[in-house]
Design a binder for this molecule. Structure first.
Ligand code: DX5
Ligand code: ZN
Length: 242
């Protein structure tokens, strides 16, 4: 017996939005059908770019029903977690490469009342999350080297998504896989077919004049490609999405 494919989440990345009109841009993608808004936080140290931090996130008008998903590309995430919680984030993802005490940092995210994700750079093996995956509400696989929007999807990541999906299912878990970087109408189907359900898209949404059309097309392609899952206790538990 199988059940329908899990719900696809489209998460436009603010990195490609107009930074002078963030509230309007967020309202526009939410009204256009976005499920999450992805907040790329960069410290100029872990990645060679700087964006924004908790004070800016705090100032954003929070829209009911929209999930605020922070992706921390920073060397010292622990000291910022309370600020992101206060700023209204529902979810925070931290990089395994930047967190020497990953388990402790995950606990700290939970302690601040947020859902925890761990992000892996393209070259980082899945073994980096092997001993913490049970604690997570998201695994974020980077499909570009983090730091900039508008880069090309790294094709090996498709096999990585499939291997992570197999690992998650072997353990009877329901943690969603998010993929970030180079997701567009040409790449989303293969990534969805491999088992990802949450898709970050910067250029492919904010770079298009019609946000609604862009989001609908990405969702349609992902839904059509997503495998249906065998009924299992894990599938029945249905991954929490906020
Ligand atoms: C890269 C960021 C991504 C980026 C995605 O460091 O984490 O979220 O904005 O942008 P696109 O979709 O343009 O590759
Ligand atoms: Zn990101």
């Amino acid at each position: 017996m199988s059940e329908p494919a899990p719900r696809i989440q489209i998460a436009p990345s603010l990195l490609s939005a107009d930074f002078g009109r963030l509230d309007e841009e967020i309202a526009a993608v939410h009204q256009a059908g976005a499920d999450w808004v992805h907040l790329d936080v960069m410290d100029g140290r872990f990645v060679p770019n700087l964006t924004f931090g908790p004070p800016v996130v705090k100032r954003l008008a929070k829209r009911a029903g929209l999930v605020y998903d922070a992706h921390l590309m920073v060397l010292e995430a622990d000291g910022l977690l309370g600020d992101f919680a206060e700023a209204g984030c529902h979810r925070v993802s931290i990089h395994a490469e930047a967190c020497p005490h990953l388990h402790r940092s995950i606990q700290a995210i939970h302690g601040h009342g947020m859902k925890a994700g761990v992000a892996l750079n393209p070259a980082t093996p899945l073994s980096a999350i092997e001993w913490v995956v049970e604690e997570l509400e998201l695994v974020l696989l980077m499909s570009v080297n983090p730091g900039f929007g508008g880069q090309s999807y790294i094709p090996q990541v498709t096999r990585k998504v499939a291997e992570l999906r197999a690992l998650i299912e072997r353990r009877g878990l329901a943690v969603p896989i998010q993929v970030d970087g180079g997701i567009n109408t040409a790449t989303i189907a293969e990534v969805a077919a491999a088992g990802a359900t949450v898709f970050v898209a910067g250029t492919a949404v904010f770079g298009r004049p019609d946000y609604r059309g862009a989001i609908a097309e990405l969702r349609r392609l992902a839904e059509a490609a997503a495998p249906s899952r065998s009924a299992s206790p894990a599938a029945g538990r249905a991954a929490a999405t906020r």
